[in-house]
Design a protein around this ligand. Structure first.
Ligand SMILES: [Cu+2]
Length: 118
């Protein structure tokens, strides 16, 4: 009776391969990744490909000098993470996010956007 064992092993491998592709990757962001905005955004909103664990996911926004310009506490609901911003002057800003998805995998990334621009 070796066939059932092999079959189960194959199914487990297939399942874990599927889970590996299900990390919480950034699906889309507002402001758009790399965008230049004429008016300063009031918040940054990130949508992920999977639901997030609120206690272990966060986002920070910094200006060109590295100072925090977010309001400190991300709001996380389902697959969306948003954070309020202080009033932003012209310049370039970086968004750094760290996510723990419900499948217990962590992902992180960053992108920038620009306010003002000529
Ligand atoms: Cu995953």
């Amino acid at each position: 009776m070796r066939t059932p064992v092999i079959l189960v092993t194959f199914l487990l491998a297939a399942l874990s391969a599927g889970a590996a592709q299900a990390h919480a990757f950034l699906d889309h962001a507002s402001p758009l990744v790399g965008s230049t905005l004429r008016t300063a955004p009031r918040e940054v909103s990130l949508s992920f490909t999977q639901n997030l664990e609120p206690a272990f996911s966060n986002v920070q926004v910094t200006d060109a000098a590295g100072a925090r310009v977010d309001q400190g506490k991300a709001q996380i609901s389902g697959n969306t993470m948003r954070i309020g911003l202080k009033p932003l002057g012209p310049g370039s800003y970086r968004v750094r996010w760290h996510a723990l998805s419900v499948d217990t995998h962590t992902t992180e990334g960053s992108f920038s956007f620009t306010v003002g621009g000529s």
